[in-house]
Design a protein around this ligand. Structure first.
Ligand SMILES: Cc1cc2nc3c(=O)[nH]c(=O)nc-3n(C[C@H](O)[C@H](O)[C@H](O)COP(=O)(O)OP(=O)(O)OC[C@H]3O[C@@H](n4cnc5c(N)ncnc54)[C@H](O)[C@@H]3O)c2cc1C
Length: 263
């Protein structure tokens, strides 16, 4: 079974701060990690490989330092790593990102399953998995928390809903976006990490020409959305202390809530 895992390198924080002057992300002092959901995707892929043989390929689009995320993925058990790295990819919105990943997957060629995280903790859109699946024209199931059964041409998975779950059978190849409930990711073993460092030289780095894409389809130029302005919302909280005994305070509070049409 050939499995591709999409791995995004993200800042190790959900408390993203913007430079008020430039509107760009402040990255200094923030370490980079593999996006948490993607670790669960990697764990699932490595377990499937261990059970049914095959190959796991980790793919990331990002700047040169994203090679560390690929190395770590290999330390966790991925067999191959591909970094999509080219200035032409920069400024990509989710459309251009999905297109780039889709083109790379087409170049990889033979695959049975693609796993990715449900959502990245920085971009937070949860669009990449479904968009890549649409681009490739394959089955997709999002919010997967259990892989129940895999046969030659089909698989059965469970996807989380707000009030329960759905059990779905889909045809292969398929794209699954996974959530943390799926498994407990392993730590990269020391020997795996050492191998991963040695492997660095073997990680493939593909540019736009390698995936057969034109500059006009990539990065900022190929994006359908454009950022007009970036700013951090200013919170202006107005506090008001209500005075009196409990009955008076509760009465006042209800009055104010009604006045502001909050109840
Ligand atoms: C107009 C616009 C301009 C932007 N410009 C920039 C920019 O200049 N620089 C910049 O860094 N970002 C930029 N972004 C953000 C960038 O488009 C998103 O980070 C990217 O498309 C992924 O979306 P997401 O983070 O919401 O991922 P989600 O859809 O939330 O991620 C789901 C899963 O998809 C996979 N995935 C997501 N991204 C990647 C990736 N790159 N490689 C491999 N797997 C991946 C992972 O498995 C992840 O868990 C821009 C976004 C917009 C809308």
């Amino acid at each position: 079974m050939n499995i591709i895992v999409l791995v995004k390198q993200v800042p190790d924080t959900t408390d993203v701060k913007l430079d008020p002057k430039t509107g760009s992300l402040i990255r200094q002092g923030v370490e980079s990690i593999i996006n948490p959901d993607d670790r669960h995707a990697l764990e699932a892929a490595v377990r499937l490989k261990e059970a049914a043989k095959g190959k796991v390929t980790a793919v990331s689009m990002g700047p040169p330092q994203a090679i560390d995320a690929i190395s770590e993925a290999m330390g966790m058990g991925a067999d191959e790593g591909i970094l999509l790295c080219d200035m032409a990819f920069s400024g990509a919105d989710t459309w251009a990102t999905s297109f780039t990943l889709g083109k790379a997957i087409e170049k990889i060629g033979k695959y049975d399953l693609i796993l990715c995280g449900r959502q990245a903790i920085d971009g937070d859109t949860a669009q990449i998995g479904p968009q890549v699946a649409e681009y490739l024209g394959i089955s997709q199931v999002s919010y997967v928390f259990e892989i129940e059964e895999i046969k030659k041409k089909t698989m059965v998975v469970r996807r989380r809903l707000e009030d329960g779950f759905e059990r779905i059978q889909c045809t292969l190849p398929a794209m699954l976006t996974v959530i943390g409930e799926l498994n407990q990711p392993r730590y990269p073993v020391v020997s795996g990490l050492i191998d991963a460092c040695r492997e660095k030289a073997r990680i493939k780095v593909w540019n736009a020409a390698d995936i057969g894409a034109q500059a006009s389809e990539l990065g900022l130029e190929g994006s359908l959305t454009h950022v007009v302005k970036t700013f951090a919302p200013k919170f202006k909280r107005q506090g008001e202390m209500l005075e009196g005994n409990v009955k008076e305070v509760v009465g006042d509070l209800i009055g104010k809530l009604k006045e502001n049409r909050l109840i």
